[in-house]
Design a protein around this ligand. Structure first.
Ligand code: SAH
Length: 237
C-alpha cells in the first residue's frame, strides 16, 4: 500500500484519473502521499484483437453489457481489493456519513461501469457494494467515482488544513449550513441596493453568532430540505 488511503479504479478510461482529484487541495494531498490511486484498464484483460470488453444483453434490448469473465480476471490480478464498490444508480446513496466511513478504509476498489452496466453475476459473485451519487443516469461510473473520491479525500487529516472546517459543514450535524459573508461589510449591488452583512456577525459576540448560525441552519434546512428537517427533528426527539 502506498498511502493510508489507497484506491484501485477499474475503468475503460484510466486517462480520466486523477482528473479533478489531481488539482488544488486534493492534488497537493496526492503529491504528499496522503492518498494514492492506481487505475486498472479492463481492456488489458481481453484476449481478442479488438480488445472487446462488452457483449449484447441476453433477453435482447438496447446497449451492451460488460462481460463478467474480463472483470473477474482484472479483479483476480489486483488482490487484495479492500472494500469493493460498484458505482451504480441503483446503489445506496452517497452521503456525508458514508464518506466518513469510506475514508477510514485503507483500501477501496471502485468499479466504474459503462454502457448498460456490468453482468449481474460478477456483482453477485463478489457481493459488491453498490453506491449511487444521485437519482440520475450518467454515461459512466468515472464521474461518480470522482465525486466519491472527492467527498472522501477532503475528510482525510491534513487535506483541508483546519479540522474544524468539517464540523460545521452541511450534513455534518444533520442540517444544511448557515450563510457566509465576507468583506466588504456593506456592498451596493448592480441594482443600487445597499446590502449589509447581518449585524450579529460583526458584533464580536461569539455566543450570539453561534445562536444565529444555528437558527439560520434550521430555517434553511426546513425550507430547502424538508426531508432532512424531518429526520433532524426525529433525531432530537
Ligand atoms: N443501465 C443502467 C445505467 C447505466 S449507466 C441503469 O439504468 O441503471 C453506465 C454506468 O454509469 C453504470 O454502470 C454506472 O457505473 C455509472 N452510473 C450511472 N449513473 C450513476 C449514478 N447515478 N451513480 C453512480 N454511478 C452511475
Amino acid at each position: 500500500m502506498t498511502s493510508p488511503f489507497h484506491i484501485k479504479i477499474l475503468t475503460l478510461f484510466p486517462e480520466m484519473f486523477p482528473g479533478m482529484a489531481g488539482i488544488s487541495l486534493s492534488g497537493k494531498a496526492l503529491e504528499k502521499g496522503i492518498w494514492s490511486f492506481e487505475t486498472i484498464q479492463l481492456r488489458d484483460y481481453t484476449k481478442d484483437i479488438h480488445k472487446t470488453v462488452d457483449d449484447t444483453p441476453f433477453g435482447g434490448g438496447a446497449g451492451m453489457v460488460i462481460k463478467p469473465d474480463i472483470l473477474d480476471k482484472a479483479l483476480c490480478d489486483h488482490q487484495p481489493l479492500g472494500r469493493f464498490i460498484y458505482m451504480s444508480p441503483r446503489g445506496k446513496p452517497l452521503t456525508q456519513s458514508l464518506a466518513h466511513k469510506l475514508v477510514k478504509e485503507p483500501l477501496l476498489t471502485i468499479l466504474c461501469g459503462r454502457y448498460e452496466g456490468v453482468d449481474q453475476r460478477l456483482l453477485d459473485s463478489y457481493e459488491v457494494e453498490e453506491i449511487s451519487v444521485g437519482d440520475y443516469v450518467l454515461s459512466g461510473g468515472e464521474p461518480a467515482a470522482m465525486i466519491l473520491l472527492d467527498s472522501c479525500i477532503r475528510l482525510l487529516p491534513d487535506v483541508l488544513g483546519n479540522a474544524e472546517t468539517h464540523t460545521e459543514e452541511s450534513f455534518e450535524n444533520g442540517l444544511l449550513e448557515y450563510p457566509h459573508y465576507t468583506r466588504p461589510a456593506e456592498w451596493i449591488d448592480s441594482a443600487g441596493i445597499t446590502r449589509k452583512v447581518p449585524e450579529v456577525l460583526v458584533s464580536g459576540h461569539h455566543a450570539k453568532v453561534a445562536a444565529w448560525r444555528q437558527s439560520e441552519s434550521e430555517a434553511i434546512t426546513k425550507v430547502k430540505r424538508p426531508d432532512l428537517w424531518e429526520k433532524y427533528i426525529r433525531s432530537k426527539a
